[in-house]
Design a protein around this ligand. Structure first.
Ligand code: SAM
Length: 276
């Protein structure tokens, strides 16, 4: 849906959840010597200016990264994530917020590869300008369709981030279809799917649909920042083939995020997993 611009939402509670987990996943996967592919099916613009343009209109970052900025990080995972965001803001003031491709580029090694799909012409142009390099490909193509063409990657190690806006309700089904196909082609890949907590039937049924894909190893992390009601009251990340270390890192981090980013007494977190 090309009316969606991620700049309106950059650095909000959903980005914090997704990006802390992304850093944990990439840190683990890059600790092994074999080269890795990072595929971002809905990559966004790469970096967001929080002091100009769309990001200033809703200032959603104030309820996300803004609530973490001036206090000591409560867990090692948050410390690591905040250090990366701080490296983009060297004068200490929170002016810019990184998107998933920027975070990935910082963490990947010389032999790893980034494949980034972004359909919006302006965000694609910004992304191609921001994330460059010999090991990077930025494609203005449908990310779920593009994913088919690259699986399985060679060598067979990859993290795929699937992060649509879900502005169109059919996206929930399209993500499940794409994952089913991806698992047929590349069963051992790591896949991370972000989803919103909102009061729509499709969104409510989505976590169960992801589990029903039948992956042997999975993890579901949800951060709810307020009581269920109108709008997005939290979000979740479903990871297929997660590292065995992920639950131990995420549990205290999610608890800390529910405390720091919580807006009312409905703030809570949920973490479930099954790791073979
Ligand atoms: N992953 C980014 C991050 O964490 O920084 C945020 C991505 S944002 C939630 C979703 C992005 O997907 C938007 O920039 C939108 O333009 C783009 N998009 C929408 N439909 C798409 C499609 N079919 N294929 C690729 N990108 C798409």
């Amino acid at each position: 849906m090309l009316s969606y611009r991620h700049a309106f939402h950059a650095g909000n509670h959903a980005d914090v959840l997704k990006h802390v987990a992304l850093v944990l996943l990439l840190d683990y996967l890059t600790s092994k010597p074999k080269p890795l592919w990072y595929v971002d099916t809905h990559a966004g613009a790469g970096v967001y200016d929080l002091e100009r343009g769309f990001a200033t209109q809703l200032a959603e970052h104030a309820g996300g990264i803004g609530r973490l900025w001036d206090a000591p990080p409560p867990t090692p995972a948050l410390e690591r994530y905040l250090a990366l965001v701080r490296s983009l803001n060297p004068d200490g003031r929170l002016r810019r917020y990184p998107g998933s491709p920027w975070l990935a580029q910082q963490l990947l090694r010389a032999d790893d590869r980034l494949l980034l799909f972004e359909l919006h012409p302006a965000d694609h142009a910004a992304l191609a300008e921001t994330i460059r390099g010999r090991r990077v490909r930025v494609a203005r193509e449908d990310g779920l369709r593009g994913l088919r063409g690259v699986l399985p990657p060679e060598p067979r190690r990859a993290l795929v981030l699937i992060d649509p806006s879900y502005e169109v309700k059919t996206e929930y089904r399209q993500v499940c279809d794409a994952l089913r196909d991806a698992l047929r082609r590349f069963r051992t890949g790591a896949y991370a799917v972000w989803y919103p907590l909102i009061e729509h039937a499709e969104a409510r049924e989505f976590p169960a649909a992801l589990r029903a894909l039948g992956a042997a190893s999975w993890l579901a992390a949800e951060l709810q920042v307020r009581r269920p009601g109108p709008g997005m009251y939290g979000s979740g990340l479903f990871v297929i083939n997660p590292p065995y270390t992920l639950p131990d890192s995420l549990e205290p981090t999610l608890a800390a995020l529910a405390r720091r980013l919580g807006e009312d007494d409905g703030a809570e977190h949920r973490l479930e997993w099954q790791i073979d």
